[in-house]
Design a protein around this ligand. Structure first.
Ligand code: PMP
Length: 293
């Protein structure tokens, strides 16, 4: 990518000139929402699902997105074209916009829309075969009646505190429990376990984001004939699982080989994880919106 162009409220500015106000409430309070989306060979994977989640988050926090969904889709397509990108990552941010120093959103009359597209540094291919090491952390998931984890808000401090614990433990992704002790998700990935051929993932009420990759994997399980159960489980179930994997836009489907010092299954990516990853990679260029059609 020669020159990187950022979409900022309907205009394209260079990376160096892409600046937001210090009065922006996304900056001052984490007041806003976002999406992380992948482009695979010119296909915006699950574009509609990402935009649905964005507009649901906006409705929940009473944020008026200045673009209708079709206009937002067009802005995504145009930003990717402008950057001549075929494969990469899109960060779509809608902030409450500049206001005053008080937190009242009525003082931020206009939301800001920012689209950043970039090449993506992903895990090396060996990591998908060998699996990641992971640990559980003491930081609990936000409780839904305080800040619902279904809202993909700019307030990621809960997740960042988990990431700090993962860093301290020297692992790439950690496992976060909810306040009742059930497994919720990773710092920025959903979690699945496999036991005796059955695939399990925590329901969203356990504190999981309704991940788009999670949804794609659930659809693939149905298509490929795996029984999928969306039900609460504990760390014990993770330790004794045959397979554990994380899902996310950046990570795709990545196996976990060790959790809290317990080796999971064979100690490398298991057959169900490997199969789901293979099938996932077949749909990423098909299911979505074509940028260069
Ligand atoms: N959980 C959290 C907290 C996330 O931030 C993300 C997104 N990185 C995910 C799960 C995975 O969601 P998706 O598959 O939509 O990227």
């Amino acid at each position: 990518m020669a020159q990187q162009w950022i979409y900022l409220n309907g205009e394209y500015v260079t990376k160096e000139n892409a600046k937001v106000s210090v009065y922006d409430h996304g900056f001052l309070y984490g007041d806003g929402i976002f999406e992380g989306i992948r482009v695979y060979n010119g296909n915006i994977f699950k574009c509609k699902e990402h935009l649905d989640r964005l507009y649901d988050s906006a409705k929940s926090i009473m944020l008026d997105v200045p673009l209708a969904p079709a206009e937002m889709e067009r802005a995504l397509v145009e930003t990717i074209r402008k950057n001549e990108l075929r494969d990469g990552y899109i960060r779509l941010v809608v902030s409450r916009g500049p206001g005053d120093l008080g937190l009242d959103p009525r003082r931020s009359p206009k939301a800001w829309v920012i689209i950043i597209v970039e090449q993506l540094a992903i895990y090396p291919e060996e990591a998908y075969r060998d699996g990641l090491r992971s640990v559980s952390v003491s930081q609990r998931r936000n409780i839904p009646d305080a800040l619902n984890p279904k809202i993909k808000s700019l307030n990621y401090l809960n997740n960042i505190l988990v990431k700090i614990q993962a860093n301290l433990a020297g692992v790439g992704e950690a496992i976060m429990l909810n306040s009742q002790g059930y497994v919720a998700e990773g710092s920025s990935d959903n979690i699945f376990i496999v036991k005796r051929g059955v695939v399990f993932t925590p329901p969203c009420y356990c504190g999981a984001l309704e991940g788009i990759t999670r949804g794609a994997i659930m659809e693939l399980c149905a298509k490929l004939g795996y029984t999928l159960k969306e039900e609460p489980f504990t760390l014990h179930d993770v330790y004794v699982a045959d397979e554990v994997f994380f899902t996310g836009t950046a990570a795709e489907v990545i196996a976990v080989r060790e959790v809290d010092g317990r080796i999971i299954g064979s100690g490398k990516a298991g057959p169900v994880t490997t199969h789901l990853l293979q099938e996932f990679r077949k749909i990423v260029e098909i299911d979505g919106v074509k940028v260069y059609a």
